[in-house]
Design a protein around this ligand. Structure first.
Ligand SMILES: *Cc1c(COP(=O)(O)O)cnc(C)c1O
Length: 363
């Protein structure tokens, strides 16, 4: 069967080069070969995240680390910043972990604003906060630097930040932001297959974790730190993924991080321009649109104000060999999402727009 190329916001398309790297011969995870592999990546990962802390590799999807972060850090109460499907679910996950938790809910499509977080934290109830930088379900990006600046006012609150669909597409300086955990799964902007997460913790997060009784083992931050010092992971990692990550990092630094960020900005703007050309508006509040995906309202086409049947659009695009997303959760069918994250270039995005144009002509 012919492969349908992925333009959904995760998993994204994986390159032949990456797949070849995943097929490297197996090695033992306590041997020198593995330590050398991880040790070689460590400075690249630290450069990528602008951090002096050790960057950890977790064999899990992002939710593993998102849940683990709460188990390691929340002893009083967590404030979950909610603005879409993933961030809303984090409150539910906190409760399922038996944590005291409260939400700061804004309408889907709105960003989280620092002043609202400030008001909540001022109550003094919270020791932890969860924030999703780029809410993938709505294509909305919150102002991370402004929110992180609240650490100055609330140094005892530990900030846990999910950058699953933004990490590597724009600069996120972990140490400078002063946040406590930054995490991402690799099937989004890293353009690796799902199953691996990359994350980093502040000294404060590690100190807090060490005091937590029921933090478990698989996501124990103290274990991650101890093992990372020896270029190892607590348990047997998905070694193929780690070969894949090494290959991706090679790609990132060959292209150059600045060029990589510029490419994402450019291809994202091209997608916004495609939407505007067809009279579509975007779902996120103006000024807070993601740079890695575009969440488009299916509403009025400029010519005649008709509403596009998203399922039909998706099918017509798929018939041409490309998969787009038909909206997530409660905005399924009223929005569609086009991803430009990972390896996509102006040329490959133009192929998608051509297919979309073809589909639009038939609608
Ligand atoms: C995809 C995604 C997740 C969840 O990732 P899993 O791989 O399903 O664990 C979490 N947060 C954001 C922002 C995402 O885009």
């Amino acid at each position: 069967m012919a492969h349908i190329k992925l333009y959904i916001p995760g998993p994204v398309e994986v390159s032949e080069k990456t797949f070849k790297a995943l097929c490297s011969p197996m090695i033992g995870h306590r041997g020198q070969g593995f330590k050398d592999l991880y040790a070689k990546m460590q400075p690249q990962l630290q450069t990528l995240l602008s951090t002096k802390q050790l960057v950890y590799l977790s064999t899990s999807s992002a939710w593993g680390v998102m849940e683990g972060a709460l188990r390691n850090l929340t002893s009083k109460k967590v404030l979950c910043c909610m603005k879409g499907a993933f961030s809303d679910k984090w409150l539910d996950v906190a409760k399922r972990c038996g944590k005291e938790a409260d939400g700061l809910q804004v309408p889907w499509g709105s960003p989280i604003r620092a002043e609202d977080v400030d008001k909540k934290l001022a109550t003094g109830q919270f020791d932890t906060l969860t924030l999703i930088h780029n809410e993938t379900s709505t294509g909305t990006m919150s102002p991370l630097a402004e929110i992180a600046a609240l650490k100055n006012k609330y140094p005892d609150v530990l900030f846990i930040v999910d950058a699953v669909s933004s990490m590597t597409a724009l600069p996120i300086g972990f140490d400078a932001l002063g946040i406590d955990i930054l995490l991402a799964g690799t099937q989004k902007a890293f353009a690796l297959p799902p199953g691996l997460s990359v994350f980093v913790c502040s000294p404060a997060a590690l100190a807090k974790a060490a005091t937590m009784k029921d933090r478990g083992y698989y996501f124990d931050l103290v274990e991650f730190e101890k093992n990372a010092k020896d270029s190892m992971t607590p348990s047997t990692p998905s070694i193929p993924h780690i070969y894949g990550l090494a290959s991706k990092l090679e790609d990132f630094f060959t292209e150059g991080l600045e060029a990589r960020y510029a490419r994402h900005t450019k291809t994202n703007q091209m997608t916004r321009d495609w939407a505007a050309k067809h009279g579509f508006t975007l779902f996120p509040e103006k000024g807070f649109e993601s740079v890695t995906l575009t969440c488009v309202n299916n509403g009025a086409k400029a010519d005649g104000g008709r509403v596009v049947d998203v399922a039909k659009l998706q099918k017509l695009v798929k018939d041409q060999g490309f998969l787009i997303d038909g909206g997530y959760g409660k905005i399924k069918g009223t929005t569609f999402r086009l991803s430009n994250m990972g390896d996509e270039t102006e040329a490959t995005m133009n192929q998608l727009y051509a297919a979309l144009d073809g589909a639009m002509a038939k609608l």
